[in-house]
Structures are given as structure tokens and as C-alpha cells.
Design a protein around this ligand. Structure first.
Ligand code: FE
Ligand code: CA
Length: 536
């Protein structure tokens, strides 16, 4: 069969299917591909669309051409080994009467037929609608927006914050609720995929994919499985995303170029995983000169006028190996600070020298009212035993607790920069936390030990956690932790204004129910110039 025939065979749609697709594309705007697709039908936009990385004049729009995401990964549906030309449109209205930009973008086999278009020349601070076309097929319509003008002070920013969506541990109801909240922006803080899954099914009709991902093909199949979820697609359709990763986009508890198993071929695996991440995220490609995907740079700044500056961090790629690992392996453990000399080593970096300097520069130059560190792991000290002195603490070595000297350097940079209102957002630990950050977490706040920042950690969207009783003990033993809740899955909703940032901890009633309701478990406020979470 020649390639033209092959393309036609893959993407030929019946008249009825085309009518349905066209209706959905020109309808209310927010529809998901999965919701409009009949099972088994061929549809090139089966993974939905996404947008993100907003600038005042630009936003990245994304799709990936794949007609059957739930195909058996051992026998994937054939995709033509040739580049496709995908048309795209960006409009100022949901009905596409006023198209402001359009073009044709390549979808190449080298990048899994993913499409990234950095749409430039847009107006600041406004909503847009976008879609893709291939042959007769039309994608769902995504809604996105540009960042406000650099010198403007917007009245508010509504932000949804999410992390840790392990496919096998529940529905993506939280993503449906994020879409329903219609935020201006979504920040995803890592564990978008998990590289492994237990023998457990979320959807009775979907095939089991339990094997751990190692190769580029494995990771691509895992993303395709995730992206087939209608609720995840809906959250991408609702707003632009800014994204970072944590460990499970690659492998559990990896640190720099070292994984738990000390696999000598880990760098190769990491490069494959990083490439698959880029292929599935609305990111601008940022590779150091001459480097491959193994050095993909994802730390980045995004300004929301003068209201907020997002310092999006990567604390996985450049970090030093875990401290005091049990013999013969890498990865995390729990240790007493006094028993682990390496924790005192000022050379053990979390961000790497270049990113650390970049962050210090970004804090110093910031004119934003709120400086938001959007990053993956818990920054507040979380001692697992009572403590009077730092040395008493028993800590888990994977988060910032495992890199206390790097944390100290970050706090010094925060204080020296005089950047306004630092807010740290984090994920990874599958627990809601509200915390006040200061240099010494074992002593009360004082003029000598001032509050430097406020941290809000989202729980997981689906991933399991520890019993609430244990978390209650942690909160009691760590006075700078104002709140902890590990028995519920969910996400955070922030309302950021020049005067205050309000944070809602949104908990699902039942993570296993795709139609689960959500309720506010706790709400906190940080007022301009007054670090620390207050209840109201
Ligand atoms: Fe996680
Ligand atoms: Ca993690």
C-alpha cells in the first residue's frame, strides 16, 4: 500500500462521524475528543489538544496525531512513517468567526506525530480558541489565553494546581473539576504519568498496561493511555497549562543521572522519558546548544503582568544523589539528621548551579506582587519524630529535607532578593500542607528567624497516601505546618489579587467515581506583605 492510501485509510471518516465532529468543534467550545468518539472509530485527534506556556503575545498549542491510544502497546496501530501536515486555527471567538492566526505545522514520526505551534503576535491578557484539522477530521476546540501585558496589574488570577495522577489508583475526576472551575491557568507540578502501574484496572474496558516504561516507545504508550482520558482532556481544553515534572515522568526517586537501581544505562532511559514528556506537553523546545533530549531544559519564568511571576523549577534533573542511601542502591530513605553527615554538605545541590543562579536573578529582577515558586517537592521541614534541635529531626531524603544546605541557600537568595510575597507551591507527598517557611524550623518565628515565604502543597489527584492519623502527628510535631490532610485526593484553587492570595484545598468525595463531587476542605489566605497562611 502506498503512503497516500495509508493516510487515507487511517484518517478516512464517515460522513456521519464528520458531521458529529464538526458539530462538536463549532459548539460550546469545551468538548473532549473521547466524549464525541464512538469506540473503535478512527480519529486522529483521539488524544485531545492542549495549550500552555503563555506569554503576553504568544501561547503554545499542542496535539498529537494518533488514532487509537488504547491499542495494545505490543502491537500498536500502524502510524504512517511519514510527516503529516496538520492545519491549525486560532480565533478570538469560540465560533471561529474571527480567526486571528492560522497555519500548517508538521507532525513527524521522529516526535511521535506530536504538533507544537508557538502562536505569536497575539494580544495580551485575552482568551482565544484553537483547533487542528487533518484531512476531514477536526480536533476538539481548546480555550486558551495569553498572559497580561508586562506593565499591567491585573485585578486577579485564578489558578488551579495539580500533581500526582497515577492512572491505576482512581478516576481523573479532579481534572473534570479543574475544568469546571474554569481557571485562568493550570499549574501541573509533576507526576503527570507514573512509569509503572500495578495489576489493577481503572476502566474495565481499557487494556492492562502494567509494565514499567524504559524505552521511548514505552513512555509514548503510557502518555497515550493517559491522554485518552476524557477528564484529563477536558482540563487541557479549559485553560493554558504551565508544567514541570517530578520523578515518575522518568523513574521513582531518581536524582540527576542516578536511579534507585543504579542502572548504568539510566541516562539513556532518562533522555527517552524527557523526549516523551516534551512530545506530550505544550512546551517551547529548550535544548542547550548541541544537546539532545537528555538535557531538556524545563525550568522557566512566566509573568502575569505585575501581579505574579512564576518561577517554574526543575529539582530532579540537576540534583545531587540522595544522601545516606542504604548500601548498594540509590533512592530515598528516612534518616536522622545527626546520623547523616552528607546532609551538612553545602555542595549537595537541588537545582544545580546554573538554575540556582537563574532563580536568584529572577527573584532579584522581579517587580511582581507575588513570586510563585512552582516546583515539585515539599520545601517545609517534615520531621517524623518530635524535635528540639535540628539534629533530632528524622526526615525523608527525597524532598527539600534531604537537601537542607540547598534549601538554606534558596532561603538566603529569597531574603537577599527582597522579592515580594514568595509563595511556594509543591506536590509529590500526596498530602495537603499549609506551612510557613523560615530558616530554622525548630525555633519560633522572631526578628532573627523571620517568616520568609508561605508554602501550599497540593495533595495527589489520585495517588495513594498515608493514614490521616500519621499526618496529624506530623502537624503536631512540626509547628510551622499549619495544616496537613493526607486522606483525601484533590487539587488546589488559588485566587490571587494584589491584596491577598486565597487558597482552597479541594477534596474529592470519591476518587474512584469519575463523577465525584468536590468540597473545600480548608481555605487559607496570605495577605500582601504578611507571609504565613491565615484562616478566615
Ligand atoms: Fe506522586
Ligand atoms: Ca514524586
Amino acid at each position: 500500500m502506498n503512503s497516500v492510501d495509508e493516510q487515507r485509510r487511517l484518517f478516512l471518516l464517515t460522513a456521519a462521524r464528520l458531521a458529529a465532529l464538526t458539530a462538536s468543534a463549532s459548539g460550546a467550545g469545551i468538548t473532549s475528543a473521547a466524549a464525541t468518539r464512538s469506540p473503535g472509530a478512527s480519529y486522529p485527534f483521539s488524544l485531545g489538544v492542549a495549550s500552555g506556556s503563555p506569554l503576553p503575545d504568544a501561547v503554545v498549542i499542542w496535539t498529537r496525531i494518533l488514532d487509537n491510544p488504547l491499542a495494545d502497546p505490543q502491537n500498536p496501530a500502524p502510524m504512517p512513517a511519514l510527516a503529516l501536515s496538520v492545519r491549525w486555527e486560532m480565533a478570538a471567538d469560540a465560533a471561529f468567526r474571527n480567526i486571528v492566526a492560522q497555519g500548517v505545522a508538521p507532525a513527524t514520526p521522529a516526535l511521535a506525530h506530536s504538533v507544537h505551534v508557538d502562536v505569536r503576535g497575539l494580544a495580551p491578557g485575552r482568551w482565544y480558541w484553537y483547533r487542528f484539522m487533518l484531512g476531514d477530521a477536526v480536533s476538539p476546540v481548546g480555550r486558551t489565553r495569553t498572559a497580561p501585558a508586562a506593565d499591567s496589574l491585573p485585578e486577579r488570577l485564578t489558578l488551579a494546581v495539580a500533581s500526582c495522577q497515577h492512572w491505576e489508583f482512581g478516576s481523573f475526576a479532579a481534572q473534570r473539576q479543574i475544568a469546571a472551575a474554569a481557571p485562568d491557568l493550570v499549574a501541573f507540578l509533576g507526576d503527570y504519568i507514573y512509569e509503572w502501574g500495578p495489576y489493577q484496572l481503572k476502566h474495565p474496558t481499557s487494556p492492562i498496561r502494567t509494565a514499567e516504561s524504559f524505552s521511548l516507545g514505552d513512555y509514548r504508550a503510557r502518555y497515550a493511555q493517559y491522554k485518552s482520558d476524557p477528564d484529563l482532556q477536558a482540563a487541557h481544553l479549559a485553560a493554558p497549562w504551565i508544567v514541570t515534572w517530578d520523578d515518575h515522568e522518568v523513574a521513582n526517586d531518581y536524582a540527576g543521572e542516578r536511579d534507585e537501581r543504579l542502572d548504568p544505562r539510566f541516562a539513556e532511559r532518562r533522555a527517552a522519558a524527557y523526549q516523551a514528556f516534551y512530545e506530550h506537553m505544550p512546551l517551547r523546545l529548550n535544548l542547550p546548544a548541541g544537546a539532545g533530549f537528555g538535557a531538556l531544559r524545563i525550568y522557566q519564568r512566566y509573568d502575569w503582568g505585575r501581579l505574579a511571576r512564576f518561577h517554574v523549577l526543575d529539582d530532579r534533573q540537576y540534583r545531587a544523589g540522595h544522601a545516606c542511601t542504604p548500601d548498594g542502591r540509590g533512592g530515598s530513605s528516612s534518616v536522622y539528621r545527626r546520623d547523616c553527615k552528607a546532609l551538612g554538605d553545602p555542595g549537595r545541590s537541588m537545582l544545580g548551579g546554573e538554575q540556582q543562579q537563574w532563580l536568584a536573578d529572577g527573584l532579584r529582577s522581579s517587580r511582581a506582587r507575588w513570586n510563585i515558586l512552582a516546583q515539585q517537592t515539599l520545601m517545609a521541614q517534615n520531621s517524623q519524630v518530635p524535635l528540639r534541635r535540628e539534629g533530632d529531626a528524622r526526615i525523608w531524603t527525597d524532598g527539600w529535607d534531604g537537601y537542607p544546605q540547598a534549601r538554606r541557600q534558596l532561603f538566603e537568595a529569597l531574603a537577599a532578593s527582597r522579592a515580594a510575597n514568595p509563595l511556594v507551591l509543591s506536590g509529590d507527598v500526596h498530602c495537603f500542607y499549609a506551612a510557613t517557611l523560615a530558616r530554622d524550623a525548630t525555633r519560633p518565628l522572631s526578628a532573627a528567624n523571620p517568616a520568609l515565604a508561605t508554602e501550599f502543597c497540593g495533595t495527589s489527584l489520585t495517588s495513594p497516601s498515608r493514614p490521616q492519623q500519621r499526618t496529624d502527628q506530623y502537624v503536631a510535631m512540626n509547628p510551622h505546618l499549619a495544616y496537613g490532610r493526607s486522606d483525601r485526593r484533590g487539587f488546589m484553587l488559588l485566587d490571587i489579587t494584589p491584596q491577598a492570595s486565597t487558597v482552597l484545598f479541594q477534596g474529592l468525595a470519591d476518587v474512584h467515581d469519575p463523577l465525584s463531587s468536590v468540597a473545600t476542605l480548608a481555605r487559607f489566605q496570605v495577605r500582601d506583605g504578611q507571609p504565613g497562611p491565615t484562616t478566615f
